[in-house]
Design a protein around this ligand. Structure first.
Ligand SMILES: [Zn+2]
Ligand SMILES: [Zn+2]
Length: 243
């Protein structure tokens, strides 16, 4: 398989409200993480950082323009690969160990990362067999109810375990924006990883259903509005109740 050029690896799309989507188009859609950049008055926020196979700092000038807080929605390989490039790193307490010691098994690189997940391989020296996320110990541990403050914008941490134990969503009440991570997005949800929990998943979905969201920016797949948010979760809850 051919390799991509580093300058082509990332794609940027502005989404309004100072939010920019950064993603990696040569990774198949199912594995392609949405990296969210949020402009604030005093500092910017990055929600997740992609696979880490090409430097975000070197190839996406947007992430170096201002002071920046890099938050991890959770610690699967597709979400935390470039966290080591930023000095201000936040993760929920329950996944702090994985961000500090991101083994291939703990981050799910094993078994998911193979050449088959790409249309074009990342630039050399990337090799799927030895790919691993670099350690990036958190500088701040998050809990439910904590706030990531950008000066003029406040994002409340909502602990959403289920997909993984330290999953979080970030909620900006003033704008109705929710960054949901992998607990809910508009595509096939993953409920059966080694550290998934069905009871937690259900409780997290019930809690998110009742938020008055205007727009959801998820960990994968396209963003959607509040009506779609409630429809996705309602259908998921109904399906569980039928079993
Ligand atoms: Zn995940
Ligand atoms: Zn993911």
């Amino acid at each position: 398989m051919e390799r991509a050029r580093p300058e082509d690896w990332y794609r940027l799309q502005t989404k309004g409200d100072g939010v920019t989507l950064i993603d990696e188009p040569f990774i198949h859609a199912f594995y392609r993480c949405n990296v969210w950049h949020v402009r604030g008055r005093d500092r910017d926020m990055l929600v997740d950082s992609g696979m880490g196979v090409v430097s975000l700092r070197d190839w996406v000038p947007l992430v170096t323009e201002r002071a920046l807080t890099a938050v991890a929605s959770h610690t699967h390989f597709d979400h935390i690969g470039c966290h080591h490039e930023f000095d201000d790193r936040c993760v929920h307490r329950a996944e702090a160990d994985i961000l500090a010691h991101p083994t291939r098994a703990a981050t799910l690189a094993e078994p998911y990362v193979t050449d088959e997940i790409f249309d074009l391989l990342p630039p050399l020296p990337y090799q799927s067999a030895t790919y691993a996320v670099k350690a990036a110990p958190a500088t701040r541990l998050l809990e439910d109810g904590d706030v990531v403050d950008l000066g003029d914008r406040r994002f409340e941490v909502i602990h959403t375990p289920g997909h993984s134990p330290g999953g979080i969503a970030l909620w900006e009440a003033a704008t109705g924006i929710l960054f949901s991570g992998d607990i809910v997005y508009d595509g096939p949800l993953i409920e059966d990883t080694y550290h998934s929990d069905a009871g937690d998943y259900h409780r997290s979905m019930v809690r998110l259903h009742d938020l008055p969201v205007r727009v959801v920016h998820g960990g994968h797949f396209p963003s959607y509005d509040g009506a779609r948010h409630r429809a996705i979760i309602r259908a998921w809850l109904d399906e569980k109740e039928r079993r």
